[in-house]
Unconditional design. Structure first.
Lengths: 416, 437
């Protein structure tokens, strides 16, 4: 009997409105993908079949209260048909050039990683009830001090550790002003961003002077993943530079990208599967109640904010040490704000936020390759960069299922 | 608060024999009364002090001489060089006696002419900062945090450069007015989105304005990019130049050399308008009431939604005008790189906070930051004393500290309480135990 119940649980999970919504999204994506390389379906037949199936899943999901996921499925279905038609207007060569899946997916992961670190950090802070507009500044601290320490010690592991310390140090300031001094958290976060811009810019000019960023700084290493090449190929598209498809996507990812997957899972486990996570969420939803049952509201909030600083700094360090391998003033260029957008779009949930990071990363990766469709040096693909922000606006406007923040977010708590 | 203060003075003080000590509530009310002036000044002094320590520790140079060089770079030393000069009377050919040297282009340059030249740039930045500061302050008084001043500023400057570079056949006065009006409208529309979403679905204005900032940023990059509609020079990604008729007249110095334009008077007028609208009109009353307590305002029959929308739209109009001041006043064009480097809209947050959202305070804070920006610029700071690249980051540092400290008025109360405890410790131990609070 109990065995049956356990076996039935996953089946039950698969028929929830959310699961049907996810199925709809997948079907909608398939209908787009059919028209793209390597299948290049012409005519409306198969894409339309999948789009209709997606729409059916969407309607089922919405009518059963699937909310955002259901509406997302409906949007994908409609988008699927229109994008499918658009793709058929375009030449096959261009499609092959833009949708080199192996490159696109690899680039998506690379773009998503700094966002994911910062978003996971922001989740800790915001779930504990402290708004963290200062994510951008904390990333910037990590980017500079990670780079500087890597340069100094000639070792990226130490560099990344120093980056986390630097981000955590700035987060302590944020926490002290927000928690003990009960200042307006958004104002403090804004100040933190200016402060980080000033500190890193000042230190950069002071330490590196006119020469600018050195070019001989070690970069983050990659694990050797030769076995990936021996896995039977499951290609969904052409590979540009030889090797198998999986090799092209996963073979070249550095340690920090793998670390971001670990951080994602740890964030989920800590926040939703441990008593510590329950405390963090309790403090974010109803601090007085949490205080009454003996949870230290201040302690939890300090811990959460400092964790968020350290994680955001990891994202910054990924940019400077793990990706472009240099530092420049304001290197992060607003990625901390995209991370905030991802948190909101992902409805303050780890996997939701990570999915948003992947979506935003994919739009950046696609924006890099889209110029094939435009004249040489055209500025139009720049508009692709607005996608994260537009989607977040739609999410907060509640057009497709409103994002609901933790109940006590942004409210300072006064101990009794 | 007044209750406890009255209670404290009506009864003889208890607890500490031998002396009268004001209650915490009385201290707090004193702090509130004095806070109008004390907090901003203490904040500024503290921020400059910490930045001075940074200078001392990192470069070993004397912070005072650094600050002195920055101060000389601001052009405010102009007032220290009185002499016998003459100044041109507007609309006539005659000149009258004037105690200061107004010629910023004397050759070879003297101390007074160099200061005159620098002061013109301080005035330029002060003008823009007044507007971006008011954009934050007005929304603040309605209980909204408009963090989108930067986006509204970009929207305004793009609208201004479009109007300014088109319609070249218009007369100057209507052309300039049209340019400023277009900028105000663009800023108001952008901020209005945030106000509308706040009013209708309750979307948090901070999130919405941050998103709008970046949407505007990338839209600007596209508009000015190689094949964008506003692009006139593919190599530099710049717009068409503003026509002569679209330029705000310069009253001091030469327009092409970044002379001061009459926008500063518009800025001062805007401060007056801000104070009047807020304190003497129904709209201002409603905005302040909503800012104080939305629920009480709603109970009093005020449309909270309408106030939110109008407050954001007016705030956006201020920031948009700020954009037109820069474009029509001295830049005369917009480049994609200017948009990505500009932070003057964000600086408006520091201006408004330091000015405690009042008209006079905003004006003074705008002057402070305008002078600081000018004094630390590549052009005005003596590189032998301090590197301008370092100094401009010092400005960011000071700006961050100011925002942090102003955000935490409680910090001052903390110091106050700590001092009180310290005094208690020094005095002979009182008989009564400290009440557990």
């Amino acid at each position: 009997m109990s065995v049956l119940a356990v076996a039935a649980r996953p089946v039950g999970r698969l028929t929830t409105p959310q699961a049907i919504g996810v199925l709809g999204i997948v079907l909608g994506l398939v209908s787009v993908w059919l028209t793209l390389p390597p299948i290049h379906a012409r005519g409306l037949g198969w894409p339309a079949v999948f789009a209709i199936l997606a729409l059916a899943a969407a309607i089922t999901s919405i009518t059963r209260g699937g909310g955002r996921v259901g509406w997302g499925a409906a949007a994908t279905a409609i988008l699927g048909v229109s994008l499918g038609i658009a793709a058929q207007q375009s030449g096959i060569e261009n499609l092959d050039l833009v949708f080199a899946w192996s490159v696109l997916l690899g680039a998506t992961l690379r773009y998503a990683t700094p966002l994911a670190f910062a978003a996971m950090g922001g989740l800790f802070s915001e779930r504990s009830g402290v708004v963290n507009i200062g994510l951008e500044g904390m990333m910037l601290m990590g980017a500079f001090f990670g780079f500087y320490a890597t340069d100094r010690f000639d070792n990226w592991v130490l560099g990344v550790l120093v980056a986390m310390l630097a981000g955590a140090a700035l987060a302590v300031v944020h926490a002290f002003f927000c928690i003990h001094l009960r200042a307006d958290q958004i104002v403090v976060g804004t100040g933190i961003n200016f402060l980080a811009l000033g500190i890193t810019g000042y230190a950069f000019v002071d330490l590196y002077g006119e020469q600018g960023s050195p070019t001989d700084v070690p970069t983050v290493g990659s694990p050797s993943l030769d076995f990936v090449g021996r896995i039977p190929d499951v290609s969904i598209g052409p590979v540009e530079f030889g090797g198998t498809f999986l090799q092209a996507v996963f073979g070249d990812l550095n340690w920090m990208i793998w670390m971001s997957f670990v951080v994602l899972i740890l964030t989920y486990v800590v926040l939703f599967r441990t008593s510590l996570g329950l405390r963090i969420r309790a403090v974010g939803e109803h601090p007085r109640a949490a205080d009454t049952v003996g949870i230290s509201v201040y302690g939890i909030r300090y811990g959460a904010v400092i964790t968020s600083g350290a994680l955001a700094a990891l994202g910054g360090a990924y940019l400077s040490v793990g990706d472009v391998n240099l530092f420049d003033q304001n290197l992060t260029g607003g990625r901390g704000f995209i991370a905030i957008a991802a948190i909101i779009f992902g409805n303050w949930r780890p996997f939701g936020a990570y999915a948003a990071c992947l979506l935003f990363g994919f739009s950046s990766a696609l924006g890099d390759r889209l110029p094939a469709y435009f004249a040489q040096g055209s500025a139009t693909p720049l508009l692709f960069n607005t996608l994260p922000y537009v989607l977040t606006l739609i999410a907060v406007a509640g057009v497709i299922g409103r994002s609901i923040p933790p109940a006590s977010i942004g409210r300072p708590y006064a101990k009794q | 608060m007044s209750d406890s203060a009255a209670g404290g003075s009506a009864q003889p003080p208890q607890g500490e024999p031998g002396g009268y000590a004001p209650s915490v509530a009385e201290r707090f009310s004193a702090f509130q009364r004095a806070g109008g002036l004390v907090v901003p000044i203490m904040t500024t002094v503290l921020a400059f002090f910490i930045a001075g320590l940074v200078v001392l520790v990192t470069t070993g140079s004397n912070p005072l001489s650094t600050y002195r060089a920055i101060f000389e770079g601001t052009g405010l030393t102009w007032f220290f060089h009185p002499g016998s000069y003459s100044v041109h009377v507007p609309f006539t050919d005659s000149t009258v006696w004037f105690p200061f040297n107004t010629n910023g282009l004397e050759s070879p340059p003297t101390a007074s002419s160099r200061a005159a030249y620098a002061l013109q740039q301080t005035l330029l930045l002060t003008t823009t900062l007044i507007f971006t500061g008011l954009a934050v302050a007005f929304a603040f008084r309605c209980g909204l945090f408009n963090i989108g001043g930067q986006g509204q500023y970009i929207a305004g400057s793009l609208a201004a450069v479009w109007v300014g570079s088109s319609f070249a056949s218009m007369a100057q006065f209507p052309h300039v007015v049209l340019g400023i009006a277009a900028a105000a409208l663009a800023g108001a529309l952008l901020a209005g989105i945030a106000g509308f979403l706040k009013a209708t679905v309750g979307a948090h204005e901070v999130v919405v304005t941050i998103m709008l900032n970046w949407i505007m940023f990338w839209t600007g990059q596209w508009l000015l990019g190689s094949d964008g509609p506003l692009n006139a020079n593919i190599a530099t990604s710049t717009s068409e130049d503003v026509a002569d008729s679209g330029k705000i007249p310069t009253f001091w110095g030469l327009g092409i050399l970044q002379g001061a334009h009459v926008g500063i008077f518009m800025g001062i007028a805007a401060l007056v308008v801000y104070a009047i609208v807020l304190n003497r009109t129904t709209l201002g009353y409603e905005v302040r009431a909503v800012g104080h307590s939305p629920d009480a305002a709603r109970y009093g029959g005020i449309s909270v939604a309408r106030s939110y929308f109008l407050a954001m739209a007016i705030a956006g109009a201020f920031a948009g005008i700020g954009g037109s001041m820069d474009v029509l006043g001295w830049e005369y064009r917009v480049a994609a790189s200017t948009i990505s480097l500009s932070t003057i809209g964000f600086l408006g947050i520091a201006v408004a906070l330091l000015g405690r959202n009042t008209a006079i305070g905003t004006g003074l804070a705008a002057l402070l930051f305008g002078a600081l920006l000018t004094g630390t610029s590549q052009r005005n700071l003596d590189p032998e004393v301090f590197k301008p690249e370092l100094a401009s980051n010092l400005t960011l540092l000071i700006q961050g500290l100011v925002v942090l400290f102003v955000g935490a008025d409680l910090l001052i109360l903390y110091a106050w309480n700590a001092r009180k405890k310290l005094k208690r410790g020094e005095a002979p131990p009182p008989a009564q135990p400290e009440p557990a609070s």
